[in-house]
Design a protein around this ligand. Structure first.
Ligand code: 4AD
Ligand code: MG
Length: 427
């Protein structure tokens, strides 16, 4: 058996004989030379075959996306896409490929139809590697801070972020819902583990078609006992700066493939701007002439305008109480809540939402009733306030939105392998 090395290892080696394997990313040829750009998960390399070679005929059968094993000698060549060329001595066709349906001029919708093939592209491969790094960085940040990973249920008996985006599931003879957040279970977990996090599938039946909303995504969430809004804000900032640093360090090549302006990412690694909702309204009125009625939630256009004024994410706290979820406690000023949203730079929108948690069962019950919920369905949640309640806080980070921001791509659909939206659920 030949010992195969990855294309990146071959490029690092730079000379000598190597055996590599992968897929034909591109191929072209004449009766004098055949070129195959081979790709594997690590990189691409140009391979060249001459007519006198014993595998010349075999090489003529190679079409785009054929899988191959190739042996050859490395040679530096500045004209080749990654600086080296492999002069082929042996080639074995492992799996032939029908005419590949993806070419340069296909539509974005078609690319979604053949997503199972499109994920092989250099662009999506680069994005998926950045995504991997974002997920690992989230985990590493909270492990370093002494948090435990806690896995919440995806099938849940109640809503937690409003009834309008719930996915209902037939559950034996009962009705259940797909998780809108781990939060209520995350809160239960801190009375045992004190500091916990999860990276969990989350579902929202979003009826709007935007570049920021998916029906299924990964929410990376944390919850901590004995934590207030200030402590929570500090964690959002430290976490995001940790992620940015990690991506800049480990994903240089991918950011290059994606043509990401990394100077903008570098600038985000500085102390974050922090302001209240009311201060945001004042700023938008003064600098952009936008008049927003106090009490209205920030829309995409307001978030985008806000982000234009800063290089770092902005931590916005103290949103109006009446538009906040039932579990967000009043701040004491009679009109705002102890909550935060983190708005990404460059118009990538809200990437984190979180709050201190209300401890007052009566107040939360009243809010739920107004939403048409029966507080009795939340008995387990009230128990958390009945048996040794403590101040606690948590937040959720939208992984795809952070990935989109890191990669500089304009739609969260490309930040996940197989996007689900109102109109897109195949393959
Ligand atoms: O602001 P959200 O709705 O907060 C919660 O669900 C809290 N229970 C989290 C917590 O405190 N543990 O969602 C959190 C984040 C948003 O800031 C956004 O980044 C992302 O999740 N998000 C979505 N991402 C993609 N598609 C959607 N439909 C999203 N909805 C929310
Ligand atoms: Mg939110």
């Amino acid at each position: 058996m030949d010992k195969f090395i990855s294309i990146q290892e071959a490029l690092n080696k730079g000379k000598g004989k190597v055996s590599i394997r992968g897929w034909a990313h591109r191929e072209r040829g004449s009766n004098k030379l055949k070129f195959i750009v081979l790709r594997d998960s690590s990189n691409i390399i140009q391979c060249v075959i001459k007519p006198e070679n014993k595998v010349w005929d075999e090489a003529q059968k190679v079409t785009v996306e054929s899988s191959l094993e190739i042996k050859g000698t490395l040679k530096e060549d500045k004209r080749a896409p990654t600086g080296y060329e492999l002069q082929v001595t042996d080639l074995k066709l492992i799996g032939s490929s029908d005419s590949f349906p993806i070419s340069r001029d296909v539509s974005p919708e078609f690319l979604l139809d053949v997503r199972h093939l499109y994920i092989r592209s250099r662009k999506l491969t680069a994005i998926m590697k950045v995504r991997h790094t974002v997920l690992q960085a989230f985990r590493d940040y909270f492990l370093k801070e002494g948090y435990f990973e806690f896995t919440p249920p995806v099938l849940q008996p109640t809503q937690s972020e409003g009834g309008s985006t719930l996915f209902e599931v037939k559950y034996y003879k009962e009705k259940m819902y797909l998780a809108q957040t781990w939060q209520l279970y995350g809160e239960a977990s801190v009375f045992s583990l004190e500091k916990t996090f999860c990276l969990s599938p989350t579902f929202r039946a979003e009826k709007s078609k935007t570049s920021r909303h998916l029906s299924e995504f990964i929410m990376a969430e944390m919850e901590a006992a004995w934590m207030d809004l200030k402590g929570l804000s500090d964690h959002t900032e430290n976490l995001l700066r940790f992620i940015v640093k990690r991506v800049l360090k480990e994903r240089k090549e991918e950011l290059k493939i994606l043509e990401r302006d990394i100077e903008k990412l570098k600038k985000a690694d500085a102390p974050f701007k922090r302001m209240t909702y009311s201060e945001v309204l004042e700023l938008l009125e003064k600098k952009d002439g936008m008049k927003i009625k106090w009490g209205k939630d920030l829309r995409t256009i307001e978030e985008d305008n806000l982000s234009k004024h800063f290089d770092t994410p902005v931590i916005v706290t103290h949103f109006p109480e009446e538009i906040m979820a039932f579990y967000k406690p009043p701040s004491g000023d009679g009109k705002t809540s102890l909550c935060l949203d983190v708005i990404a730079p460059e118009g990538y929108g809200e990437i984190i939402g979180g709050s201190q948690r209300d401890l007052d069962i009566e107040r939360m019950s009243e809010k739920l009733k107004k939403e048409g919920e029966d507080p009795k369905d939340y008995q387990f949640y009230w128990d958390l306030r009945k048996y040794g309640s403590v101040p606690h806080s948590g937040f959720g980070m939208g992984v795809e939105r952070v990935v989109a921001w890191m990669c500089g791509i304009d739609n969260v659909k490309d930040a996940i392998g197989f996007p689900r939206t109102m109109t897109r659920f195949k393959p």
